[in-house]
Design a protein around this ligand. Structure first.
Ligand code: NAD
Length: 299
């Protein structure tokens, strides 16, 4: 019996499933897209033709799915067809409310949930250098911890599923806000005639350093590729989940709301599949200037 199942082989799930194969496992995999399945199966995973076929074969199922709605729908199918499944590990950003609902749905079928969202992007998923924040029952966490370790650094947050999701939303609002403000500031610098690479060098040597100045802007904005690998619609989903949770807790998030607006405008202007790094583009358009490396402008 294959012990491990993996559902959702997209930008993050594909490389994470490949890491498990690289660590010597043979996961049984399922995605609604055949294209997504192909690369992982070529590397040695086994394809399941349906989710029900997968649950019949495995004890542990990893999920890396786009939205809370999809996670809950897949969770309901697993609970209705539990097969040999003992635990589900949700690597998606699902938000605490839906994660607790997922735990309840699975519990009816005697299945435990380990809530384990990830941070570090596609590059981190490929390198096995993600940050994984985990919350779930100790005995099930103990079983999956060695598997999670092959994906990156595992930090145990709590026993109750949902708590790791809160941590993930905190991480992502910080990441989105630093991208938004660094984008605004660098558009200002470009308008004033500063060289973008020099701006990045100074920020990274100084107190303005963020994940945007270290990674997202120099690697995906300055060359004009906009292919960090996180869709603006999914990033906006994370911001929305964070603001909803903050409101539920009675915590004001003025800066978070401003960030949400910029991301919503970017999605409206460039479409849901645009990369999150495209948030600089509406700002560039309004300021009539582009923040690109000279070579990326064809100079
Ligand atoms: P993605 O859209 O690239 O991949 C999602 C995959 O799920 C796709 O292959 C899709 O075909 C599959 N899928 C959708 N519905 C399905 C269903 N009903 N059954 C089976 N498969 C289904 O998304 P992603 O960027 O890989 O993100 C996945 C999750 O990880 C999201 O929750 C996201 O917020 C989170 N996340 C993404 C990043 C990133 O940088 N991309 C980083 C950290 C966390």
């Amino acid at each position: 019996m294959s012990e491990i199942g993996f559902v959702g082989l997209g930008n993050m799930g594909g490389p994470m499933a490949l890491r498990l194969v690289g660590a010597g496992h043979i996961p049984t995999v399922y995605d609604k897209s055949q294209t997504a399945i192909a690369e992982v199966v070529n590397a040695g995973a086994i394809a399941a033709s349906t989710l029900e076929a997968l649950t019949a074969k495995v004890e542990t199922i990893f999920l890396s799915l786009p939205t809370p709605e999809v996670v809950l729908a897949v969770g309901r199918t697993i609970a209705a067809n539990p097969g040999s499944v003992k635990r589900v590990v949700d690597l998606s950003t699902t938000g605490p409310k839906s994660e607790m609902e997922l735990a309840d749905i699975l519990a009816v079928a005697g299945i435990a949930l380990v809530d384990s969202p990830v941070s570090g992007g596609v590059a981190g998923a490929k390198k096995g250098s993600l940050a994984l924040m985990a919350a779930g029952p100790a005995e099930h966490f103990a079983v999956v911890e060695p598997l999670l370790t092959s994906l990156g650094k595992v930090i145990r947050v709590a026993d109750e599923p949902g708590k790791a999701q809160v941590m993930k939303l905190i991480n992502n609002i910080c990441s989105a806000a630093s991208l938004a403000i660094t984008s605004e500031a660098m558009v200002m610098g470009a308008k004033a005639g500063l060289d973008p690479d020099i701006m990045v060098e100074v920020l990274n040597a100084g107190s303005g350093r963020t994940s945007a100045s270290v990674d997202k802007i120099p690697r995906f904005v300055l060359p004009g590729t906009f292919d960090f690998g996180f869709a603006i619609s999914l990033s906006l989903k994370d911001i929305r989940l964070c603001l909803e949770e903050a409101e539920r807790l009675g915590v004001p998030m003025m800066v978070g709301n401003a960030v949400r607006m910029l991301f919503a405008i970017t999605k409206a202007d460039f479409g849901p599949d645009a990369d999150m790094t495209a948030v600089i583009r509406p700002l560039e358009r309004w300021a009539s200037v582009e923040v690109r490396r000279a070579t990326a402008k064809g100079a």
